[in-house]
Design a protein around this ligand. Structure first.
Ligand SMILES: [Zn+2]
Length: 371
């Protein structure tokens, strides 16, 4: 039986408009669109950022639809989730399905309504940065700064206290080095939080940070309060190798479904290996992708948004490393990129009509296929 979607048209219009709109990016986040200094987002622009946020919400809604359709035995939904969230003997259980749907819904709900982040533990309004320059990289041999951002004397020596003379910083540096599996952690000062965060050094430059290097798209941190998302230029649609301040202006908006799908028959697609002749899902990503990914870390918290094998970013198996296509459920359910890519894929499936044989565009193989 087909139930009417809404009992009252007026009520429906009201609730739909509420349900589908992202809050203002400047309400959900502390973000500065007037400068590129200090992590500011001038180069990205408020309109673009709001569009990315709205696209992220739209994709999360599609993700929830994907889960519902799987439960209703829709073939495209079944093939996609069984590929990207692979269980030993499909179909997945109601509980497994619900875990995916809940993750999509929680992030969507936050974009619409705000509220605490980091799995409910952080109530401060998070920062949104568009470059890592809200942090200043230091060495343990540099002078320590107090909560006012001032140097202060070592009472034993009378000279400026150094970071490597403060036990708490020595301890934190060691802890982070251990967490980085031996990569030496260095201190970064946040002028926003007036506190240090410890992280890898990235490259040797003094201005290096989480956006250094072409492969870095974004990062979310919860160790300083409030939490923050840093989107890197490349994570905002900048061209490859553009993660430097000089290239900030190359960031640009790519809307949902704005790249044309170019499907091939699925019988033509080889199994398991990348084939450059066919369009990959990764060629169709909107500029909201990184923002969407980072909001899973932000809202759900680190404990449930990092797979035990480490995050998986790419579609296909390479050098024996499992990737998004064919990733085991237990890893995929904690892997933000799996959620983002599945939603982006199903967005194309829903938006493109079926061909004469009734086949829709789909991506369970990692490639754009139809029929
Ligand atoms: Zn991540």
């Amino acid at each position: 039986m087909k139930l009417p979607l809404c009992a009252s048209i007026i009520l429906c219009l009201a609730s739909n408009s509420l349900a589908q709109n992202a809050q203002a990016v400047g309400t959900l986040f502390q973000v500065d669109f007037t400068t590129n200094n200090g992590g500011g987002c001038q180069y990205a622009g408020q309109t673009t950022m709001q569009n990315n946020l709205q696209d992220a919400l739209g994709l999360l809604t599609v993700g929830a639809q994907l889960v519902t359709d799987y439960g209703n035995d829709v073939g495209e939904a079944r093939r996609l989730l069984d590929s990207f969230f692979e269980v030993e003997s499909p179909p997945m259980t109601a509980a497994q399905l619900q875990a995916i749907g809940t993750a999509y819904s929680r992030v969507a709900n936050w974009i619409q309504n705000g509220g605490a982040v980091n799995n409910g533990q952080e109530t401060g309004t998070p920062y949104l940065f568009c470059y890592h320059n809200w942090l200043q990289k230091y060495s343990m041999k540099d002078a320590a700064l107090d909560t006012a951002g001032e140097t202060y004397p070592n009472i034993y020596t009378g000279t400026e206290m150094l970071l490597n003379e403060e036990q708490m910083y020595i301890t934190r540096q060691k802890q982070e080095t251990t967490a980085l599996k031996g990569t030496n952690a260095v201190p970064y000062w946040s002028s926003k939080h007036k506190a240090y965060i410890f992280d890898r050094g990235y490259v040797s430059s003094a201005n290096a940070g989480a956006c250094s290097g072409p492969g870095y798209l974004g990062v979310t941190q919860h160790s300083l309060s409030p939490s923050s998302i840093t989107l890197c230029p490349k994570g905002l649609g900048a061209t490859a190798n553009a993660n430097t301040p000089a290239n900030l202006a190359t960031a640009h908006y790519v809307g949902r479904r704005s790249v044309a799908a170019n499907p091939v028959p699925k019988a033509d697609v080889p199994k398991g290996t990348a084939n450059s002749n066919f369009q990959q899902l990764s060629a169709l990503l909107p500029s909201a992708t990184t923002f969407l990914h980072e909001m899973f870390h932000l809202v759900l918290g680190n404990d449930v948004s990092y797979p035990t094998v480490g995050e998986v970013y790419y579609l296909f198996t390479g050098r024996g490393v499992p990737q998004v296509v064919g990733l085991n459920y237990e890893y995929a359910v904690a892997n933000p990129e799996s959620y983002a890519l599945a939603a982006i894929a199903y967005d194309y499936t829903l938006a493109n009509g079926a061909n004469a044989d009734g086949d829709r565009v789909e991506f369970f193989s990692g490639y754009t296929t139809q029929g």
